[in-house]
Design a protein around this ligand. Structure first.
Ligand code: GLA
Length: 353
């Protein structure tokens, strides 16, 4: 869990923004809710390498340098994440790391980086499965533990090979701040649950919660889907100026509890029909996370049947807790149903006897 600059700020990032964001992550309770990695995405770089061939920061935007900034981030109890690109240039046109993997990983380690996002622009002729292992080796050689976030947009089916190479891998093209994008991304995750587990996660991209393009109901559904998918939760909004509702969504402790569940089992979509989607995820304590979504444009009654949640026929009784409302609902025989507003959801924790 963390925060990444890209979705809200694109290439317009600076030392000032990072320091204010770091303070806001602490003051808003986001850090203590689990958002630990503060990740600078593309456009922190200077336009060329230095005379030694090392990557350098843009000194106009980062006057005190990234080593200093990393210390400031760490001083606030956060971890430092930084972006580079596996090809000849980053997506924004800054120097890429092709052929300089060991050098750049070493430089990142010297700066105190804890998390590397390695992107995939300008990689003509390369394949993910033979390129990213160079990064695994480069990081190991530094002696500093760093998360390796593989960002090749699912071009080379990373779920087939990335589990042993990095900690998380993008499974989609870039998210947009729209309901259509969330629906499209969810559809692309349906077959991928067998590949995720502790320390190796499918990454359906960073969160758009709070960026203004969706309703609060849609943001709650977006966040709930990521939780049921065991996805990395990288907030992508302006945490310095977020509404109470946005903060409440991003810090919903019981929803985050599903996302971060120790069993690490990614949820399955157990049904999709004209109005509804049901997702289910087995949790470490033997209960299930269950997500009901109304994906239609009108109010609709949505039903989750316990046999489809568990994946076995038979009648059973579930004891239901509502994780957004943080309240017990009680016992339900055979199914649970709720009438939901368009694109709204219910996220439950269900135990069966
Ligand atoms: C690609 C990545 C994004 C972001 C941008 C930065 O599009 O997929 O997540 O890092 O590049 O330029």
């Amino acid at each position: 869990m963390g925060w990444n600059s890209w979705n809200r700020f694109g290439p317009f990032i600076s030392e000032h923004l990072v320091l204010e964001t770091a303070d806001a992550l602490v003051e808003s309770g986001m850090r203590d809710a689990g958002y630990r990695y503060l990740v600078l995405d593309d456009a922190w770089e200077g336009s060329a390498r230095d005379d030694e061939g090392d990557l350098v920061e843009n000194r106009w935007a980062f006057p005190n340098g990234l080593r200093w900034l990393g210390d400031e981030i760490h001083r606030r109890g956060l971890r430092f994440g930084l972006y580079t690109d596996a090809g000849t240039r980053t997506c924004q046109g800054y120097p890429g790391s092709l052929g300089a993997e060991a050098r750049d990983a070493k430089r990142f380690a010297e700066w105190g980086v804890d998390f590397m996002k390695v992107d995939w622009c300008y990689t003509e002729g390369l394949r993910g499965r033979s390129t990213y292992p160079k990064w695994t080796d480069a990081i190991r050689a530094t002696g500093r533990p760093m998360v390796l976030s593989i960002s090749e947009w699912s071009r080379d089916k990373p779920w087939e090979w990335a589990g042993a190479v990095g900690h998380m891998w993008r499974t989609t093209p870039d998210i947009a701040d729209t309901w259509a994008s969330v629906v499209d991304i969810a559809d692309r995750q349906v077959e991928l649950h067998p590949f995720a587990g502790p320390d190796h996660w499918n990454d359906p991209d960073m969160l758009e919660v709070g960026n203004g393009g969706m309703t609060d109901d849609e943001y709650r559904t977006h966040f709930s889907l990521w939780a049921i998918l065991a996805a990395p939760l990288m907030a992508g909004n302006d945490v310095r100026a977020m509404s109470d509702t946005t903060r409440a969504i991003l810090t919903a402790a019981e929803v985050i509890g599903v996302d971060q569940d120790a069993r690490g089992a990614q949820g399955r979509r157990v049904r999709r029909d004209a109005t509804s989607e049901i997702w289910a995820r087995p949790l470490a304590d033997g209960t299930y996370g269950v997500l009901l979504i109304n994906h239609s444009d009108a109010r609709a009654n949505v039903v989750a049947r316990w046999d489809e949640v568990v994946g076995e026929k038979g009648s059973r009784r579930g004891v239901v807790r509502d994780l957004w409302e943080r309240g017990e609902i009680g016992e339900r025989d055979g199914f649970f149903d709720r009438t939901l507003a368009p694109h709204a959801c219910a996220l439950l924790r269900v135990s069966f006897d």
